[in-house]
Design a protein around this ligand. Structure first.
Ligand SMILES: [Zn+2]
Length: 132
């Protein structure tokens, strides 16, 4: 495998050797486990320049006098036709007493890769973000 910076096909994935998550091949740091995957200065700069296009955070508190609750966390992604591309249960657990959990969902957008023939200046001008 070459360590030189080479453009990869946008959206191409690989498996993180540390946490086995499916991640973008163009990343130099796994966004899941934060392990360094390759030493590529351009890829590292690009990842640092990522923009948070969507971030939702919420806290669920268990009412102290109620019986324990069970919960599951589901993330679904739909394409522009409304079809589900993926649906994953990312965590399950329980809450009791005065316990609370904080849930955070974020979507990071990377600037175009250098040498891909596109503008090297990151722009989210055309991005449409819908929050419900
Ligand atoms: Zn990882």
């Amino acid at each position: 495998m070459s360590v030189a910076s080479r453009p990869v096909i946008p959206g191409k994935t690989r498996t993180c050797p540390h946490c086995k998550a499916a991640i973008l091949e163009s990343l130099s740091i796994c966004p899941g486990c934060m392990h360094h995957l390759r030493f590529d200065q351009d890829a590292a700069k690009r990842q640092v320049a990522a923009t948070s296009a969507l971030r939702v955070e919420g806290v669920i508190r268990h009412p102290p006098l109620q019986e324990a609750w069970e919960y599951f966390v589901v993330i679904a992604v739909r394409n522009d036709r409304g079809e589900e591309v993926t649906r994953q249960v990312v965590n399950v657990g329980s809450l009791a007493g005065t316990e609370k959990r904080t849930f955070t969902l974020s979507v990071e957008v990377l600037p175009p890769q250098a040498g891909s023939g596109q503008s090297s200046k990151p722009s989210l001008g055309g991005a449409q973000v819908t929050k419900r």
